[in-house]
Design a protein around this ligand. Structure first.
Ligand code: ZN
Length: 242
């Protein structure tokens, strides 16, 4: 089976459409979403509506929860807070109920999916280091766990002897006896210095995970954000990929 794993769209329809077009070329596949369909970007309703068409399974992120009052926004930076307040003001009731239904972690088709981390998923921890990853391997029981949240594609591998290493390779071979935490990166607001949308494909026949990148029309998203009065800081960072 081919699994497509997508995350952190953040209301960016130009980016989301570019990825959906790319994955439409795959004949047989199932798609899972790791959270943060809204926040930051200009088209929350459109993004939720497209997600509901393309995702076979979805979990929620801290921005999704913030927009329906399920998580506190006092720890968000000022720009993220402004985007949450704007999103809340335009969200259609049906789309708000959909966000409310999303859990922060789930198990699907033998895979663990968490927005932030499998340990305390509602605390929205970031997984940046081997130490962060080490704390998390005992909090899921599948071979592979996919995460989003940091918008930084990276993977952590636990070998048979319990040692953990990380790399940023775009191709990850899934080997028996090893376990994996794979961050698929962000579709709508990449932060690893590459502004192209990120997502992952897991082919269970060839045991290969591929971290993919797709360019999109950043200028159009930026213009839509300007029209809606979203913060300049959020507009500028898209072109920089950070
Ligand atoms: Zn996010």
């Amino acid at each position: 089976m081919i699994y497509v794993i997508i995350s952190d769209v953040h209301s960016n329809m130009e980016a989301f459409n570019a990825v959906v077009e790319e994955i439409s070329l795959l004949a047989e596949k199932k798609t899972a979403f790791l959270g943060d369909i809204v926040g930051y970007g200009p088209e929350p309703n459109e993004s939720i509506e497209l997600l509901r068409k393309v995702a076979d399974f979805a979990i929620g992120g801290n921005h999704d929860w913030a927009c329906v009052d399920l998580t506190d926004i006092t720890y968000f930076n000022i720009y993220a807070q402004q985007a949450v307040l704007w999103t809340k003001s335009v969200l259609k009731p049906g789309n708000a109920s959909y966000l409310k239904s999303l859990k922060p972690m789930g198990k699907w088709e033998g895979l663990t999916l968490a927005h932030g981390s499998p340990r305390e998923p509602e605390a929205w921890h970031y997984l940046f280091s081997v130490e962060d990853a080490e704390l998390n391997f005992s909090f899921f029981d599948t071979q592979v766990c996919f995460v989003g949240h940091s918008h930084y594609p990276i993977n952590f591998i636990r070998s048979r002897d319990g040692r953990i290493r990380y790399n940023r390779n775009a191709n990850i071979e899934i080997s028996p006896g090893e376990r994996y935490i794979i961050n698929v990166g962000s579709i709508g607001q990449p932060r690893d210095g590459n502004p192209d949308s990120a997502f992952a494909i897991y082919d269970t026949e060839s045991n290969l995970v591929q971290l993919k990148r797709v360019p999109y029309d950043i200028a159009t998203t930026q213009e839509k954000m300007r029209v809606r009065g979203l913060p300049g800081y959020l507009i500028n960072r898209l072109a920089l990929g950070r």
